[in-house]
Design a protein around this ligand. Sequence first.
Ligand SMILES: Cc1cc2nc3c(=O)[nH]c(=O)nc-3n(C[C@H](O)[C@H](O)[C@H](O)COP(=O)(O)OP(=O)(O)OC[C@H]3O[C@@H](n4cnc5c(N)ncnc54)[C@H](O)[C@@H]3O)c2cc1C
Length: 257
Amino acid sequence: MSSSKKILIIGGGIAGLSAALWCRRLGLSPLIIEQAPQLGGQLHQIYLPLVDYPGFKGTASELLQALLSQMSEQEIDYQLEQKIERIDYKNNVAFTEKETLTYSALIMATGNRKRELPQFKPFLGSHVHMTATGVMEQLKDQHVAIIGGGDGAFENALLLAPSARKVSILMRSEQPRARQHFVEQAQQVKNINLHCQQQVQFFRDEPEFMGLQLAHSVTGEQQKFACEQVIIKCGYTPAQELLPDPLLLALLLPKGC
Ligand SMILES: Cc1cc2nc3c(=O)[nH]c(=O)nc-3n(C[C@H](O)[C@H](O)[C@H](O)COP(=O)(O)OP(=O)(O)OC[C@H]3O[C@@H](n4cnc5c(N)ncnc54)[C@H](O)[C@@H]3O)c2cc1C
């Protein structure tokens, strides 16, 4: 099965794992580099059963276990806790903090990440969370503000409403962007409140966490907004820092691509 063609796969999520399996099938030598302490990527963030993954019914951890056993059957190499920091595309070399890795071909499977709001960092884990699932017990009987007006925000609000004291959805836009049936359901739940055209600016500056500072998206009018917990649901952003700039990419790609 060994081949001199070393394929470097950056990212050990489901995309990286499936790319590695396919490379192996082609008789190539894939090596997965993953920055996290375990393979699986976003599969570790899914706490509810997978309902719409084609051809599979079960939990994300069951899916991951199946993938990992395929990986070990195929003896696919991987390295954990290694972040690719930089790539020299001209010479086919990738750099981690400690290692220099040469490759014949590179597969970028770096996925995406939740959009964070930097000003919330000091409170991550204590008063601020990226999702409700996984911290349901901590949010019980609390007033939870959810920032965002999309599916994720409404889904989390509906999930939280039975156990939270109050759920407030804060969105910048005039109307929610979430699916209509999520919005209709939320409008019927007594302890869910929608606040449109509200932009979250920063925390009220008491030493203890007390809530948020809001500004009206159109008038700029400011108000203090008391709440105990916050969930950020502002969508995803692609992890694309390692991609070459478009000019270099045009030079690197074979003609006709
Ligand atoms: C809560 C939730 C529920 C979901 N539910 C469903 C569902 O029901 N059905 C469905 O089909 N999909 C669902 N998804 C989406 C699905 O999980 C993702 O589309 C999929 O896991 C993405 O896989 P990926 O390999 O592309 O990226 P990721 O899983 O994001 O993996 C990318 C990996 O690359 C690593 N990486 C990034 N940069 C570097 C670097 N520089 N060096 C080394 N490693 C790096 C990251 O650490 C990460 O492990 C859900 C996602 C979430 C978060």
